[in-house]
Design a protein around this ligand. Structure first.
Ligand SMILES: Cc1cc2nc3c(=O)[nH]c(=O)nc-3n(C[C@H](O)[C@H](O)[C@H](O)COP(=O)(O)O)c2cc1C
Length: 233
């Protein structure tokens, strides 16, 4: 049987390419809330995420209005007086290429804000901006089912990516944040998250402040040659 070729819808390829190229992690939002119908469309699009056995293990705790302000205030206060307590272990070390890439994007971030490496005070202040949700009007906390283990978390990672791309397609900006999951214990109490759930990450979202220097840089990517090993016979 000769192999079949599906025809390529170039409009779709172009649309996806534009969304992927345009998306970036926003770290300063404008205060205006996103209209409820736009958030609902975003959530509808994100539900299209694939998952193993179609289990769809994600559950999202989503804030708007006063609920975002309460999360911002209480989380920041908690972080300043408690040690991190993530549900999933954080990376223990970054070596080789990972260390290099991490350093490059960190340098881009702090250079955009004119923060020298030696300025530990301002570096810490910027780190704490995570817990102020970068002033976003909305936060989404993504949890998975504990019984589904690592693949449940993988499915939630896919959900996060769909959410980010859908947000971009709707003219919104977003920041995926593992930082929020570093205080899973606080989030569990704050939102009444049941014991069988694990916090994977958070996403702050809203409208970007395009003039803020922290939004001025874009990260790089390796070429596929450095990410793929081909086998031909
Ligand atoms: C799972 C995940 C967790 C992340 N956590 C944080 C975070 O806590 N704080 C932050 O400022 N950026 C965070 N980021 C954003 C990454 O730094 C960013 O995606 C990466 O540097 C690539 O840049 P780009 O998103 O602008 O393309 C996270 C991204 C992902 C995918």
């Amino acid at each position: 049987m000769s192999p079949t070729r599906t025809s390529v819808d170039t409009d779709l390829t172009e649309a996806l390419s534009r969304i992927l190229d345009a998306r970036w992690t926003c770290r300063q939002f404008r205060p205006e809330p996103v209209p409820r119908d736009t958030v609902e469309r975003l959530l509808q699009l994100a539900q299209r995420t694939p998952s193993w056995c179609n289990t769809q293990p994600w559950h999202v705790h989503l804030t708007e209005g006063a609920a975002t302000e309460r999360l911002r205030t209480e989380l920041l206060a908690h972080v300043q007086s408690h040690p991190p307590a993530p549900d999933f272990p954080f990376p223990t070390q970054y070596t080789g290429a990972y260390r290099q890439r991490r350093r490059e994007c960190g340098l881009q971030l702090y250079t955009s804000l004119d923060i020298p490496k030696s300025d530990q005070g301002r570096t810490l202040q910027q780190l704490l901006r995570n817990f102020e949700l970068f002033d976003a009007p909305h936060a989404a906390i993504i949890t998975t089912e504990a019984d589904l283990g690592v693949y449940g978390a993988v499915d939630c990672g896919l959900y996060i990516n769909t959410f980010l791309l859908a947000a971009q397609s709707l003219g919104l900006a977003a920041a995926p944040q593992a930082a929020l999951a570093s205080y899973s214990d606080f989030l569990r109490d704050h939102f009444g998250i049941p014991d069988n759930r694990r916090v994977v990450a958070g996403i702050s979202f809203g409208y970007a402040d395009p003039d803020h220097p922290v939004n001025s840089f874009r990260t790089t990517r390796e070429t596929p040659e450095n990410a793929v090993t081909w086998y031909t016979d």
